[in-house]
Ligand binder design. Structure first.
Ligand SMILES: Cc1ncc(COP(=O)(O)O)c(C=O)c1O
Length: 368
């Protein structure tokens, strides 16, 4: 669906939050933010209608969204979102990492979910407008950041299966500490064979809530088996690895080759793309292809596969120590994190936090 008013410049109306958190409340939250628990004082809200295109961009106090009980999203799940971070550099400036890639992915998700595409410049401007009022929420402590959550959903009140004619786009933000409380230590992964996350021709490549909702039951199975995350297989043959509930997967072979699943039903992770680029820059071979679960299991057993890691914006890079299935276990939960996993993680986070050069021009300043 094309936006009708893409050529209009976005003039944001800003309404300051008169009930913003006090300096003391803010200091308490920032000291130990956890992940996804606390939100900043403001949010962005932009309306879209079939007739008027994108309009009424504003920054307003963070708070509940009024919804008609017949709002289409509540019934038909027409919704998409994104996730990226704002990082504070040593000089106090605030940056984000490849935000145009998130904007482009949101446009692809929108196209798949029959939602309007938000132009990249609107997406970026929305982030900058939010940072302009909520900059104090970007932490400066090590490995901390402000997690930015743009999302869009069908707000039109109607019961009937068709694309909504009224949609809103929002951005909220949440100060974030490390995603996994245990730090960068290997995690155990549960192999889901009862449930698939996405199917052929489905919405697996879109960042839409339904994909996550359908994976929750498998995530519960993972917890029951002492695992932190769930690994999904392809839904056609049940043979090839796809991704985790919220992260992509990369295997490292003993010759230094990095292998990652290629599939049109997984989310094209920006972290994965960046990590693989950094590995290629170092001279590593990278293979994007189908990867069977046997290749993982047998490779770990034979020593052909030396490291496995998961990657995504929230946790950056997380080593996978052990894979657990209904009738097998591979790897060792107590094994040390792999050296390549750790050094690629360090290189990427150094770029994100401005501690080393950014050779690919990935960083974009948000506060200037
Ligand atoms: C299902 C899924 N796969 C992969 C990723 C990784 O994507 P990115 O690296 O862009 O955060 C995410 C989001 O973080 C995700 O939700």
């Amino acid at each position: 669906m094309k936006n009708l008013l893409a050529q209009k410049t976005l003039q944001f109306f800003v309404k300051e939050n008169q009930a913003a958190r006090s300096a003391a409340e803010h200091a308490d939250i920032i000291a130990e933010p956890g992940f996804g628990k606390h939100f900043t004082d403001h949010m962005v809200d932009i309306c879209w209608s079939e007739m008027g295109g994108w309009h009424r961009p504003r920054v307003q106090p963070y708070g509940p969204i009024e919804l008609d009980p017949a709002a289409a999203v509540l019934h038909y799940g027409q919704e998409i979102f994104e996730g990226l971070k704002a990082y504070r550099h040593a000089d106090g400036s605030i940056w984000s990492f490849r935000p145009e890639a998130n904007a482009a992915r949101m446009q692809r998700s929108a196209a798949r979910m029959a939602l309007p595409e938000l132009p990249t410049e609107y997406f970026i401007e929305a982030l900058k407008q939010l940072i302009a009022v909520d900059s104090r929420w970007v932490p400066s402590a090590k490995e901390m950041s402000l997690y930015l959550r743009p999302f869009m959903f069908a707000k039109e009140a109607f019961l009937g299966v068709r694309a909504a004619k009224k949609v809103n786009f929002y951005v909220i933000a949440s100060p974030a500490g490390p995603y996994f409380a245990g730090g960068v230590t290997p995690i155990s992964i549960w192999l889901s064979t009862n449930y698939a996350r996405a199917g052929k021709g489905g919405t697996g490549a879109a960042k839409t809530g339904g994909n996550y909702a359908s994976g929750l039951i498998a995530q519960q199975e993972a917890y029951e088996h002492g695992c932190a995350q769930v690994l999904f297989l392809d839904s056609v043959e049940g043979k090839y690895i796809e991704e985790l509930g919220g992260m992509n997967v990369v295997l490292v072979k003993k010759d230094g080759t990095l292998v990652t699943p290629e599939s049109d039903s997984i989310l094209a992770g920006i972290t994965r793309d960046s990590i693989l680029q950094l590995a290629e820059d170092r001279g590593h071979k990278v293979e994007r292809r189908k990867v069977s679960i046997e290749e993982w299991r047998d490779g770990v057993a034979s020593g052909e596969i030396t490291e496995v890691f998961a990657c995504g914006t929230a946790a950056v890079v997380t080593p996978i120590g052990r894979l657990v299935g209904v009738d097998f276990e591979a790897g060792d939960a107590d094994a040390a994190a792999g050296p390549l996993t750790l050094s690629l993680r360090e290189e990427l986070t150094d770029i994100q936090y401005g501690r080393r050069a950014d050779p690919h021009g990935w960083m974009m300043r948000l506060d200037a």
